[in-house]
Design a protein around this ligand. Structure first.
Ligand SMILES: Nc1ncnc2c1ncn2[C@@H]1O[C@H](COP(=O)(O)OP(=O)(O)OP(=O)(O)O)[C@@H](O)[C@H]1O
Ligand SMILES: [Mg+2]
Length: 241
């Protein structure tokens, strides 16, 4: 097991965004998270990665309690995440965007240049090395966000809705890259996605959140047949795309 959340809750005033969320992610797997808008998916990423502290509960990464650590300390330990709204440093080159990631990940020194070159090569981004991030298309921007995470040397990569806004061809290409990172690098991947077919396709196991609570976890075929999941996605007319 690489990550565990134990009864994690998060309230924003009266809004209970997460309620007693128990989740275990196994080392080496691709673990998918889905759920309707406002289910608490991004909040779960935010409390795991140290953007917010949970209101209660515990988060354990590689056997270490990270519940109260701040974001850069958690990143140093080997956990990196992307954001739902595509975000790069627009006035920096692709290379420098990765340099920021690598530096945020800490303890790199003379390894820096090598790590960045390797990451650019691994994600087929070498030809974009000197391009300004603001000039990239959405697909390449998303690759650069992911590359900046990998440049931290992370062992757990967390992607928040990485497929939003991409064409079907780009979605398939992006998922191939995710599989390559998972298989080639052995990086564990946690992925939030609204596009259920794609999530089912790429995930080893999945978890469904609804109103801040876990309603189902298991292999994709089990999750799809779960009556609670069917009710959430079909019974309430939620957009499952
Ligand atoms: N910083 C915040 N301050 C106040 N409320 C917040 C904050 N972040 C999230 N929330 C609330 O917490 C709940 C869960 O939001 P969250 O963004 O985690 O959902 P989500 O599952 O990621 O939704 P989406 O699919 O739309 O991205 C929502 O009611 C949201 O309004
Ligand atoms: Mg979200």
């Amino acid at each position: 097991m690489i990550l565990e959340t134990k009864k994690v809750s998060k309230a924003f005033g009266r809004i209970e965004a997460l309620i007693d969320v128990n989740m275990t992610v196994r080392k080496g797997e691709i673990f998918g998270i889905a759920g309707p808008n406002g289910a608490g998916k991004s909040t779960l990423f935010n409390v795991i990665s140290g953007t917010f502290s949970p209101s209660s509960g515990q988060i354990v990464f590689e056997g270490k309690d990270i519940t109260k650590l701040n974001a850069h300390r958690i990143c140093h330990l080997g956990l990196a995440r992307t954001f739902q709204i595509p975000q790069t440093f627009p006035t920096l080159s692709v290379y420098d965007n990765l340099r920021v990631g690598a530096t945020f990940g800490g303890k790199i020194g003379r390894e820096l240049e090598k790590r960045i070159q390797e990451t650019l090569g691994f994600l087929n981004l070498t030809s974009f090395r000197d391009a300004l991030a603001s000039n990239l298309d959405l697909y390449t921007t998303k690759l650069v966000m992911m590359a900046a995470c990998l440049a931290t040397g992370c062992r757990l990569l967390m992607l928040d809705e990485p497929l939003a806004g991409l064409s079907m061809t780009e979605i398939n290409a992006f998922l191939e890259v995710v599989r390559k990172i998972n298989g080639g690098h052995g990086t564990t991947v946690l992925i939030i996605e609204h596009i259920l077919d794609s999530l089912i396709d790429v995930s080893d196991r999945m978890l469904i959140l609804h109103n801040g609570a876990v309603i189902c976890v298991g292999e994709p075929n089990e999750v799809c047949q779960d009556p609670k999941v069917i009710e959430v996605y079909l019974g309430e007319g939620e957009d499952s795309q």
